[in-house]
Ligand binder design. Structure first.
Ligand code: G2I
Length: 466
């Protein structure tokens, strides 16, 4: 519930340094410059800006982790909490991936919107082969087990997903409906409510952004659930097509708000025919801005989750050949115009990274390798640094040392390990960045705190091959 999220955020005032224990990396978010990130802008509006994340990318890509932690205050597992991931065979639960995502969110002060308990897709065949009581028991057991595990850690759940047929008039014909009858929806919500009374419960669907037969059907289901005290919100997936944000989207969401519900844009992407060009990207930015404004205008819009970080991470090209480029970030993590338009809509402004003053340390010493530090983003009581190691010969490992001249101390670091937290720093490569060919560079990074509030300094670094 919002209370849970607010309580967590309240702990995060000021500059927050966080570590992702499960993934072995430290990250930091600078709230002092809050309005220059989506996360800062969303925090200021008390809304969620979420992203659907991939376990593999969180595990393996430091820049992905950093961007997810810096730009978003809410996470959804793109696949890791679905039934096929959490209970692939009857009663055998596997939570490695889901746990890692929830741990990451917790370590970075982010809320989690859970996706999803009951869906006709990505549900293992052992479930689909059941009927009657056995099917109902499997559903109840699954919801109980997953909801109980994450009670107090997952703030809201898509309890049922895509239960209305595309034509809209009827419930979707699925093994759920065929096996249990339409009461399965109520049973799912009753089970989820009892399992985690503090979580907000959502019904989630696509092509319901405008007022149409399908959203009418969701509306009547929502009404019934509201009357039983079982529903808190409606998720509008919003897998949109360029230039086709429904003109009545805000009015449509408003009618659900009028039922006493929250609304949420749960899976936003806006696809275009490839290749992208300047005209299409500008249209996309305008479309994203409209959606962001709709959520901003509605006090009961709990937030927006974009369905993936970078264009290349998106499900769209695989399902709609020739379509794509639907998200906010390019594959090199640079920000698209759509990013800027969302940030602006939510009251933030983009800072051009090339104009950020970067201070680089004096000429390095060492022969087999040399290293420099640069201050990427300073704030009152800390700073984020980037370190670069240049190989002057083929390296299979490296050590860097320096001494802080003042009160600077490393609070967390990534892509480097060693004795890091004192005045005298000795750091070595981690597993993946020790081998560097002559002439090539590799990087590491860290955050510092500086108790006296002085300017962050850039000491000379000594680099030694090991
Ligand atoms: O289809 C887009 C979304 C529509 N609403 C519900 C969402 O849960 C759904 O997400 C997508 C994921 O973005 C895809 O990543 O759901 C797909 C499955 O229906 C996901 O794709 C699947 C692939 O089809 C599998 O081959 C793959 O093993 O992802 C799996 C895990 O990577």
């Amino acid at each position: 519930m919002l209370l849970t999220r607010n309580r967590r955020r309240a702990l995060l005032a000021g500059v927050v340094t966080v570590a992702t224990a499960a993934l072995g990396i430290g990250l930091s978010t600078q709230f002092a410059s809050a309005q220059t990130t989506l996360r800062g802008a969303a925090d200021a509006l008390n809304k969620d800006i979420g992203v659907a994340v991939s376990y593999n990318l969180l595990q393996n890509n430091a820049q992905y982790r950093n961007t997810v932690a810096t730009e978003f205050n809410s996470l959804t597992a793109e696949n890791a909490m679905k039934w096929d991931a959490t209970e692939p065979s009857d009663g055998n639960y596997t939570f490695t991936q889901a746990d890692a995502i929830v741990d990451f969110a917790e370590d970075n002060g982010q809320s989690v919107h859970g996706h999803t308990f009951v869906w006709h897709s990505q549900t293992p065949s052992w479930v689909q082969g059941l009927s009657g009581t056995a099917l109902q028991n499997a559903m109840v057991d699954h919801i109980n087990t997953v909801a109980n595990r994450y009670e107090g850690r997952v703030d809201s759940w898509d309890v049922v997903n895509e239960v209305v047929s595309d034509s809209g008039g009827a419930l979707r014909s699925s093994f759920w409906l065929n096996g249990l009858g339409e009461g399965y929806i109520t049973t799912a919500f009753q089970t989820a409510r009892a399992a985690d009374p503090s979580a907000d419960l959502y019904i989630n669907d696509y092509s319901i952004e405008g007022d149409n037969a399908k959203s009418d059907r969701v509306y009547s289901i929502a009404q019934g659930l509201v009357n039983q005290g079982l529903l808190d919100g409606v998720g509008f997936q919003s897998h949109l097509i360029l230039g086709q944000v429904p003109s009545d989207m805000e009015a449509n969401l408003q009618r659900f708000v009028n039922l006493g519900l929250k609304v949420r844009i749960t899976e936003l992407d806006i696809r275009m025919t490839l290749p992208a060009d300047a005209t299409k990207l500008a249209q996309q930015a305008s479309d994203y801005q409209r959606v962001a404004n709709i959520c901003k205008n509605l006090a009961d819009c709990s937030g927006i989750t974009v369905w993936g970080l970078r264009d290349g991470d998106s499900w769209v090209p695989g399902v709609f050949p020739g379509q794509g480029a639907p998200l906010l970030f390019n594959d090199d993590f640079s920000k698209k115009s759509a990013y800027t338009s969302v940030l602006n809509a939510w009251g933030g402004t983009v800072t051009n990274p090339t104009t950020t003053p970067i201070t680089t340390s004096p000429p390095p010493t060492g022969s087999g390798c040399t290293a420099t530090l640069s201050v990427q983003s300073p704030w009152n009581t800390g700073a984020t640094y980037a370190g670069t190691v240049r190989a002057n010969q083929n390296l299979t490992g490296w050590r860097v040392t320096w001494t802080w001249p003042g009160s600077e101390r490393i609070s967390n670091a990534w892509s480097i390990q060693g004795t890091l937290t004192g005045a005298a720093v000795t750091g070595t490569n981690v597993g993946y960045n020790g081998t560097v060919a002559a002439g090539q560079t590799t990087t590491f990074g860290f955050n510092i705190t500086k108790a006296d509030g002085s300017t962050a300094s850039v000491p000379t670094v000594t680099c030694t091959p090991i």
